[in-house]
Design a protein around this ligand. Structure first.
Ligand SMILES: NC(=O)c1ccc[n+]([C@@H]2O[C@H](COP(=O)([O-])OP(=O)(O)OC[C@H]3O[C@@H](n4cnc5c(N)ncnc54)[C@H](OP(=O)(O)O)[C@@H]3O)[C@@H](O)[C@H]2O)c1
Length: 285
C-alpha cells in the first residue's frame, strides 16, 4: 500500500474504503473485507450513520486498531464550540476508539471556526491525530488557515476524470495539504467507466476501467476513497500497485476533464446542512 506523507509526518494510505450510503450491515462487511485484503484507510462521517458499523468491521477484521487510519467528519449542526467538543467524544464512543486518525469538517457551513478550535483542542488531548476539511473553497480554506494553530493536512473534494481540479490541487499542495478524492469513480457512473479512453487504456493493461481510474488518482498524487459494498470490487480496487500508466496515457486521461460535478447541493449549503434539524447520530445500530 503506497502512502502520502502528510505535513505532520503521518503516512496516509493513497487508497481507502469509502462508506457513504452503506447500510450498517453492508458497511460492517465491507470494512472487514477491505481490511482483510489490505486496505488501511476507512472514511466515514457522523452523518453516514455507520460509525458503529465501521468499528464492528475493524474488530471483525482482526487488524490491530493502530494499523488502521480511521477518518471521520463532523456535521455542521455540531460546529458550535461546546457542541463540537461533545460531538468528537461521541464519535470516539461510536467508533469504539480512544482516537481518530483524521477528523474533517464535512461542510463549510455554520460556525466552522468554532469547530476548528474544538478539533485543535482534541489534537492536544490526543483524541485526534490529523485535521482536515471537506468541500471548502479557496476563500474558506484561507479563513481556516489564518485562524488555525493546527493547520489542515487533508482536503476532501469531489474529484474524478470528469472533474480533475488541477488548480485546486495546485493550491492545496502549495499549502502542504493533500487532496483526497471523493466520488473517485464518478459515484459509479456507468458512462464514466465506459468512457472509450478509459476502456482503451484498461484493455492495454489488461485491467478494469475502475482500476485505471484509481491508478490515475494515485499517480496524480491524490488519495482516493472508492466506496463499494461488493467484495469483488473492494479487492479489485486495491489491486492497482503492479501496473503504471505512462505519460501519454496520463495526458489522454487529463483531456477527459470537463469540470463536471455529479453532486449538486439542492439549494444553498447553509439551508441544506441545517434542514435536517439536529440528527441524532447515536441512533444507529
Ligand atoms: N466529503 C463529502 O462530502 C463526500 C461526499 C460523498 C462521498 N464521500 C466519500 O467518498 C466515498 C466514495 O464515494 P462513492 O462511494 O459515493 O462514489 P465512488 O467511489 O466514486 O463510486 C462508488 C460506486 O462505484 C461502484 N464501484 C466501486 N468499485 C467498482 C468497480 N471496481 N467496478 C465497478 N463499479 C464499482 C460502487 O458499486 P458497488 O457497491 O456495487 O461496488 C458504487 O456504486 C464515499 O463512500 C465517502 O466515503 C465524501
Amino acid at each position: 500500500m503506497s502512502t502520502i506523507q502528510l505535513h505532520n509526518g503521518m503516512a496516509m494510505p493513497t487508497l481507502g474504503l469509502g462508506t457513504f450510503r452503506l447500510s450498517p450491515d453492508d458497511c460492517e462487511r465491507a470494512v472487514a473485507t477491505a481490511l482483510e485484503c489490505g486496505y488501511r484507510l476507512v472514511d466515514t462521517a457522523n452523518v453516514y450513520m455507520n460509525e458503529r458499523a465501521v468499528a464492528r468491521g475493524i474488530a471483525a477484521s482482526g487488524v490491530p486498531r493502530e494499523q488502521v487510519v480511521v477518518q471521520t467528519k463532523l456535521w455542521p449542526t455540531c460546529y458550535r464550540r461546546a457542541d463540537a467538543a461533545a460531538a468528537i467524544d461521541a464519535t470516539l464512543r461510536r467508533l469504539d476508539t480512544d482516537y481518530v486518525d483524521v477528523l474533517l469538517l464535512h461542510q463549510p457551513a455554520g460556525r466552522y471556526l468554532e469547530a476548528w478550535d474544538a478539533m485543535q483542542e482534541a489534537v492536544g488531548a490526543g483524541k485526534v491525530r490529523t485535521l482536515g476539511l471537506s468541500n471548502f473553497d479557496a476563500r474558506q480554506l484561507h479563513d481556516v488557515m489564518t485562524h488555525a494553530d493546527v493547520q489542515p493536512a487533508v482536503m476532501q473534494l469531489e474529484c474524478h476524470p470528469y472533474r480533475q481540479l488541477e488548480s485546486a490541487q495546485w493550491l492545496l499542495e502549495g499549502n502542504g495539504i493533500a487532496l483526497q478524492a471523493w466520488y473517485p469513480l464518478g459515484h459509479g457512473d456507468a458512462r464514466l467507466l465506459a468512457d472509450p479512453t478509459i476502456v482503451r487504456i484498461a484493455g492495454h493493461h489488461g485491467r478494469t476501467p475502475a482500476q485505471v481510474v484509481l491508478r490515475w488518482h494515485v499517480q496524480s498524487h491524490r488519495i482516493a476513497v472508492p466506496g463499494s459494498h461488493d467484495p469483488a470490487h473492494i479487492r479489485e480496487n486495491l489491486a492497482i500497485g503492479d501496473f503504471e500508466l505512462d505519460e501519454y496515457e496520463m495526458d489522454d486521461l487529463a483531456r477527459l476533464d470537463r469540470d463536471r460535478a455529479y453532486f449538486r447541493m439542492p439549494g444553498p449549503l447553509r439551508r441544506v446542512a441545517f434542514t435536517m434539524g439536529r440528527p441524532d447520530f447515536d441512533a444507529q445500530p
